[in-house]
Design a protein around this ligand. Structure first.
Ligand code: HEC
Length: 162
């Protein structure tokens, strides 16, 4: 057998093997499937298969950080954060000074401390709360409060104080 025909034989064999795998593989797989009577794909039937193990060991809940893509749960949390009421914002951002009247801050609920301020008009209250007035820093120091947040909190404080 010469060198050329030997190579030709090898090529022929290679082609036969490739075709053999291509046709016999799926045929055998479908036979296996038929015999087991299971609808699940091969490789996921055993309780020890990676898919089943992952299913069994999946955590009940998942922690995810702000800015991370992590499904509906995080969207719900984000919606909750947006839905903070003016009262919540007042409690977290403004009460540190206003509850105790620190530095002369008018205390919500004490109408006498608010009467003169309210008499100046709502716009003046908004403007002073947003821009700051004397010892009160702009927006009470709340950097992430929007102007509308501040106006809503002021409305809440005034509502408590009339
Ligand atoms: C660092 C303390 C401090 C914080 C925090 C603070 N305030 Fe004040 N606030 C003051 C002081 C002091 C005054 C009184 C200023 C004055 O009239 O001399 C005041 C006054 C006000 C007034 C009356 C303004 C006017 O026109 O008379 C409003 C309204 C107000 N604050 C809203 C808020 C809101 C809303 C927040 C939270 C986002 C807030 N404050 C947080 C100290 C604070």
């Amino acid at each position: 057998m010469g060198a050329i025909s030997h190579n030709a034989m090898q090529r022929l064999l290679a082609v036969l093997v490739v075709f053999g795998v291509a046709f016999a593989g799926p045929a055998m797989a479908s036979k296996l499937k038929d015999q087991s009577g299971s609808d699940e794909p091969i490789g996921t039937r055993s309780i020890l298969s990676p898919a089943k193990v992952a299913e069994r060991t999946a955590p009940d809940a998942k922690v995810c950080l702000e800015g991370e893509e992590c499904g509906e749960a995080s969207a719900a949390v984000a919606a909750e954060a947006v839905a903070a009421t003016p009262e919540d914002l007042y409690n977290s951002k403004c009460s540190s000074c206003h509850v105790a009247g620190v530095l002369g801050a008018p205390v919500p609920g004490k109408a006498d401390q608010w009467a003169a301020r309210i008499a100046n008009g709502t716009d003046a209250l908004y403007q002073n709360a947003i821009g700051g007035i004397n010892a009160m820093p702009p927006k009470g120091g709340c950097a992430d409060c929007s102007d509308d947040d501040i106006k809503a909190i002021v409305d809440f404080m005034v509502g408590q104080s009339q």
